[in-house]
Design a protein around this ligand. Structure first.
Ligand SMILES: Nc1ncnc2c1ncn2[C@@H]1O[C@H](COP(=O)(O)OP(=O)(O)OP(=O)(O)O)[C@@H](O)[C@H]1O
Length: 205
């Protein structure tokens, strides 16, 4: 996997400097846990790394190049919003993603994935009728559906119960062990310590 380099990145919001000249890098087999209090700027940093917003200064490079189409094809970004179409069922949302990501998945395989995600019996309901944790599980199915080298995950465990957190942590650990890279924010302590780097953002006034 090419290296992702964040170089001297700064970001201000409403006259408050969230971070200044921040640098980090991540490559194959690494996991960065981005931590910090509410409002410190974790989401702002992840959005810059995902190419969704612009830093005030500095740059983000993938394979020594500015972020480009190849990067977006090879990366999964999961933000606070689920990205689900509320009127479609869990199965239909997965069918849409599978098609979008050109993943060859039969309906039987998608049912299996929904079973693994603990959604048996809920596959055909509009996702707006699912609980917050169930909707989060459907959204996280993209981690199985899109072939990727880098995952950027903003609070992936929000609304999940203990079993859901364990399932996603295990999937993250396997992904990193098989050469993927993950940058995530979470207010909870991660179990997967062997690949872990911690980056702390402070809340400064
Ligand atoms: N679009 C915006 N316009 C103005 N201010 C913003 C905007 N987005 C974020 N902010 C401000 O930037 C600061 C950092 O927000 P951010 O969402 O990056 O924090 P965070 O560390 O992810 O917080 P949390 O742990 O609560 O998710 C906050 O004070 C927020 O009010």
């Amino acid at each position: 996997m090419p290296e992702l380099v964040v170089q001297d990145v700064s970001c201000s919001k409403r006259d408050r400097i969230l971070f200044e000249n921040l640098s980090l890098q991540i490559s194959s087999g690494q996991l960065i846990h981005l931590r910090g209090p509410n409002g410190a700027g974790k989401t702002s940093l992840l959005r810059i790394i995902a190419g969704l917003s612009q830093a005030d200064t500095g740059q983000v490079l993938w394979d020594s190049q500015p972020l480009n189409a190849t990067y977006f094809e090879t990366m999964v970004y999961l933000g606070h919003k689920s990205g689900l179409t509320a009127s479609l069922s869990a199965l239909e949302n997965l069918q849409f993603w599978a098609h979008l990501h050109q993943a060859e998945c039969s309906d039987a395989q998608l049912y299996d994935l929904l079973t693994r995600l603990g959604l048996v019996g809920l596959e055909d309901l509009p996702v707006k009728m699912l609980s917050a944790g169930q909707q989060r599980r459907v959204a996280l199915a993209r981690l199985w559906l899109k072939p990727a080298q880098l995952w950027i995950l903003d609070e992936p465990f929000t609304a999940l119960d203990t079993a859901g957190i364990a399932l996603i942590e295990q999937h993250i650990t396997q992904f990193v062990a098989s050469g993927g890279a993950v940058i995530l924010t979470s207010h909870q302590t991660l179990q997967a310590t062997c690949y872990l780097q911690v980056v702390e953002l402070e809340y400064t006034l």
